[in-house]
Design a binder for this molecule. Structure first.
Ligand SMILES: Cc1cc2nc3c(=O)[nH]c(=O)nc-3n(C[C@H](O)[C@H](O)[C@H](O)COP(=O)(O)OP(=O)(O)OC[C@H]3O[C@@H](n4cnc5c(N)ncnc54)[C@H](O)[C@@H]3O)c2cc1C
Length: 86
């Protein structure tokens, strides 16, 4: 591991992994640090299911973000499907 990076992200949970993924996709030389071998069960992102919702009372920006999040999730699914089953 050597070189100069545009960005170093610490922690490969869902937040750090997503951040590093999109930085790398934008051409940023990105380094993602994780303290445990992946996958591991010692972070909040462990597990295979999550509840999501688009309804937020006073925080409209969350509802707007959820629409984008669902589009990005579907895009990631398509990319990974093509990568695994070309
Ligand atoms: C049991 C449970 C159920 C949940 N259910 C839901 C749900 O249904 N819906 C929902 O929206 N949210 C849910 N959440 C919340 C959601 O899972 C978390 O908000 C989200 O996973 C947090 O992701 P994160 O990347 O911020 O943190 P984490 O997943 O904890 O990732 C942090 C990572 O950083 C690493 N790290 C920390 N310090 C260092 C260091 N110094 N050097 C290197 N690596 C380091 C850790 O090892 C870890 O891998 C749930 C959480 C839990 C625990």
């Amino acid at each position: 591991m050597s070189g100069i990076y545009d960005t170093i992200v610490v922690g490969a949970g869902i937040e750090g992994s997503s951040t590093a993924y999109y930085l790398a996709k934008q051409g940023q030389k990105t380094l993602l640090f994780e303290q445990f071998p992946l996958p591991h069960n010692r972070g909040s992102s462990h597990g295979q299911s999550r509840i999501t919702r688009k309804a937020y009372g006073s925080q409209e920006h969350y509802a707007v973000m959820m629409n984008e999040a669902f589009q990005l999730w579907e895009q990631l699914e398509r990319e990974k499907t093509q990568e695994c089953y070309p």
